[in-house]
Design a protein. Structure first.
Ligand code: KIV
Ligand code: NA
Length: 269
């Protein structure tokens, strides 16, 4: 495949086959993930997994754009979507458009993601009608951690499930090309996926979604500060890296690294 998947290609996968997506933040990781994914997300989760922040709230436009540029250098076929960071779109639909356009121009990504339900529907319509493909994000919304009372799964009560269904419907109707559902109970994710014309991409939202996404550092076992229930480790890179550092340290101390094969000698003339 020569051209990258477009947001419209992602929409068209609904009902055909599951959508495969992961996050990416750097060129080398994007290169490795790209051949296997329909969509790569430059998530604001980078604040936590790369920068050691304890939420995504302090992630900036500059951080996102730098990593978006890095990811685009490594991608040849996946659709690349970038998270809009907290504070870059909630104020008004005009602010959202200005920052979305800046992200698209400066990185070359295919669209943006923003968190929110009915309160963001007008903004989603404003952006899509003006050429910005929008990936929605409902359910557990990490940018709202300070008002929602932490990172708890959603939709356990009838009232909460109904609100999230309305949120999802509003974002779908506003023209989102797909919708991330994060941290919700299975019946709710199934209901939303059945109700919406656009595909749903779940994270901690059951197999009932039209696709799945994970934070790559989580699924690679690289970020191991904690492991939520919905994460599966497909590799244990943290252990691999610790072992490599331990081996290197020992060899340096023993003077067995560098060896003759790593050492320059004067050229024979
Ligand atoms: O920032 C992120 O990585 C995300 C995904 C988990 C959906 O928003
Ligand atoms: Na995010």
């Amino acid at each position: 495949r020569q051209k990258r998947f477009t947001p419209a290609d992602i929409t068209a996968l609904k009902g055909k086959r599951p959508i495969v997506s992961l996050t990416a933040y750097t060129t080398p990781i994007a290169r490795l993930l790209d051949p296997h994914c329909d969509l790569l997300l430059v998530g604001d989760s980078l604040g936590m997994v790369l920068y050691g922040l304890d939420s995504t709230v302090s992630v900036t436009m500059e951080m996102m754009i730098a990593h978006g540029q890095a990811v685009l250098r490594g991608v040849s076929q996946a659709c690349v979507i970038m998270d809009m960071p907290f504070g870059s779109y909630q104020e008004s639909k005009e602010q959202a458009f200005r920052n979305a356009a800046r992200i698209m121009k400066e990185t070359g990504c295919d669209g943006i993601k923003l968190e929110g339900g009915t309160e963001m529907a007008e903004t989603v319509a404003f952006l899509t009608e003006r050429g910005v493909p929008v990936l929605g994000h409902v359910g557990l919304m990490p940018q709202q951690v300070n008002t929602s009372g932490g990172y708890r799964s959603k939709g356990h009560s009838e009232a909460e499930a109904t609100k999230i269904r309305h949120d999802a419907k509003a974002i779908g109707d506003a023209g989102a090309f797909a919708l991330v559902i994060e941290g919700t109970v299975e019946p709710l994710a199934r209901a939303i996926s059945g109700e919406l014309a656009c595909p749903t991409i779940g994270i901690g939202a059951s197999p009932a979604c039209d696709g799945q996404i994970l934070v790559s550092d989580d699924m690679l076992g690289l970020f191991n500060q904690f492991k939520p229930r919905f994460v599966k480790h497909y590799a244990e890179l943290a252990g691999t890296i610790s072992q490599a550092a331990e081996d290197y340290a020992r060899e340096v101390r023993e003077r067995s690294f560098p060896g003759p094969e790593h050492t320059f000698q004067p050229r024979k003339t």
